[in-house]
Design a protein around this ligand. Structure first.
Ligand SMILES: [Zn+2]
Length: 322
């Protein structure tokens, strides 16, 4: 089953999130051979397509998991775009939102879409169904730097397209979440941190929540090929801590979220191996509570090496990786 719950930040307070991966056909960019370099999520989209009715029933079944729970967020992923008519018909989207509207305990709803697929009418008709709930449309901006988006990610979107989509979403009465990618390929650890800070600076007027997505190495991707040759190392958890602390202090009114997927493993963000669990837990605790105290006073002997790499701007392929 591809739905599950976990503790999370729900419209600003601690609550429970229900994650649902909808079995649509997945991202159209992937289907036309233009996948983002780090992403293989659409590879797990169903081989034979589900009918729209089956998808709606699937959501209904997933929602049984939150019956009797308080303060719930529902986060819907499709391995593509919720607002892509090729994945979900407009009528299907509305039916799903009507199901969500029946649950008083749902306080927050998040869907995802590529920016070029965001249209005012499509967001407005959904926002109207869940008027009393915190409704966010998440967009994979990844970086506000168009060159990095092109060369290191193959995103096929520009910052201008994100700004346009943000305007449509807000005009329709919903909020904007921006996904940012920490450490695209070809950047040093230091430049990865610099890129994400610059992206937050540029995007903050158009964004309500930032989600700092830390690269993890997915199967069959360009990221995996570089990683196998020791030419790319997923970010240090120290870098995640640095970015989150800076972002929350600089923009305290914004929600700054991060769930470091695969933390502590070679394919995920990691430190030395000894301190990974403690640091990853601190990151998750901060994300759920938005309190920077969980990120203060973290230390381990490997931090000196990270400091050196940042100070000198060392590139991954200059390192003996581990
Ligand atoms: Zn360590």
């Amino acid at each position: 089953m591809t739905y599950w719950t976990s503790e999370d930040n729900v419209a600003g307070e601690i609550g429970i999130a229900l994650f649902i991966i909808l079995p649509t056909i997945g991202c159209y960019r992937y289907r036309i051979g233009k996948a983002c370099y780090m992403c293989s999520y659409p590879a797990s989209a169903p081989k034979s397509p589900w009918s729209q009715e089956e998808i709606i029933d699937y959501v209904g079944k997933a929602l049984e998991k939150i019956e009797g729970r308080e303060r719930v967020a529902v986060r819907i992923f499709t391995s593509g775009s919720f607002l892509d008519d090729g994945e979900l018909k407009p009528e299907t989207r509305k039916k799903i939102f009507k199901l969500l509207a029946e649950y008083d305990n749902i306080e927050e709803i998040v869907i995802e879409s590529r920016s070029e697929l965001v249209r005012y009418d499509a967001v407005k008709e959904l926002a109207d169904i869940v008027k009393d709930k915190h409704f966010e449309v998440a967009i994979g901006l990844e970086t506000a730097n168009d060159d990095i988006a092109d060369v290191s990610i193959n995103k096929g979107n520009t910052f201008r397209q994100f700004v346009r989509a943000s305007g449509e979403i807000r005009r329709a009465g919903a909020k904007v979440k921006a996904y940012l990618l920490l450490k695209p390929i070809f950047l040093s650890e230091r430049d990865g941190i610099g890129d994400i800070k610059e992206s937050i600076r540029k995007a903050h007027p158009y964004t309500d929540s930032f989600s700092i997505n830390v690269t993890n190495i997915q199967k069959g991707t360009a990221y995996e090929r570089l990683w196998e040759k020791n030419e790319y190392r997923p970010p240090w958890l120290w870098s995640v801590v640095e970015v989150l602390k800076w972002a929350k202090k600089t923009y305290p009114e914004k929600r700054i979220l991060s769930d470091p997927v695969g933390a502590g493993s070679k394919r995920g963000p990691h430190n030395c191996g000894e301190c990974d669990r403690v640091i990853a837990n601190a990151i998750r605790k901060f994300s759920v509570t938005q309190e920077t105290k969980y990120l203060e006073n973290l230390d381990h002997k490997c931090k000196a090496e990270w400091n050196y790499i940042i100070r000198e701007g060392i590139l991954d392929w200059q390192l003996i990786t581990y």
